[in-house]
Design a protein around this ligand. Structure first.
Ligand code: SF4
Length: 175
């Protein structure tokens, strides 16, 4: 057999090995079988931009945004540590916030999101009640922020502000 054929066989074997490896990693992650459209990782891509909702003054980076077979987008949040009987309220609100960020950034309204604990995955429906609870919590946070004098900024890095979780409510941010 010529050298060229050996090279073709080698590349083919390598491609199969990589495919099997990625399937195994995907199974281990227990993510739903859906297309990943956003992933907060730099493992195989440039770190994606932070999602911003100007109206609600929210910024955030969901662990994953996935496109389901029906074409809808859903946020998936991976949680480590203890698996609770039911999802923690703070985690449900965080997921709802990602739902609204998807709505602002992708012009699609997610119907639900997934909270991925080590032992169990919970589906969290984005009900009007949960959305109202989030808006109320954001208002509470903003009110508390107005009662506390913000410390002076300790840096001059606009990149740092762009990726900061407090950007939406910080008066010292560099735009
Ligand atoms: S947005 Fe505000 S809190 Fe965040 S890094 Fe910038 S100055 Fe600091």
């Amino acid at each position: 057999m010529s050298d060229l054929w050996w090279l073709v066989l080698l590349l083919f074997g390598l491609a199969i090995a990589l495919l099997l490896l990625s399937l195994r990693e995907r199974r281990k992650s227990r993510l739903p079988q859906a297309q990943v459209v956003y992933a907060d990782t730099d493992l195989w891509q440039k770190v994606p931009a932070t999602l911003v909702d100007q109206r609600l003054g929210m910024v955030g980076k969901p662990d994953y945004v996935m496109r389901t077979r029906q074409g809808g987008l859903i946020p998936v949040e991976i949680k480590t540590g203890h698996t609770p009987e039911t999802p923690y309220d703070s985690h449900r609100l965080q997921l709802m916030a990602y739902g609204l960020l998807i709505q602002s950034n992708y012009a699609q309204i997610p119907q639900y999101g997934l909270l991925h604990y080590p032992e169990k995955v919970f589906k969290v429906d984005f009900t009007p009640e949960l959305q109202a609870q989030l808006v109320e919590t954001l208002e509470d946070i903003r009110w508390i922020e107005t009662q506390i004098e913000a410390p002076a900024r300790s840096h001059s890095s606009s990149a740092r502000c762009r990726s900061c979780g407090y950007r939406g409510i910080c008066d010292h941010k560099i735009i």
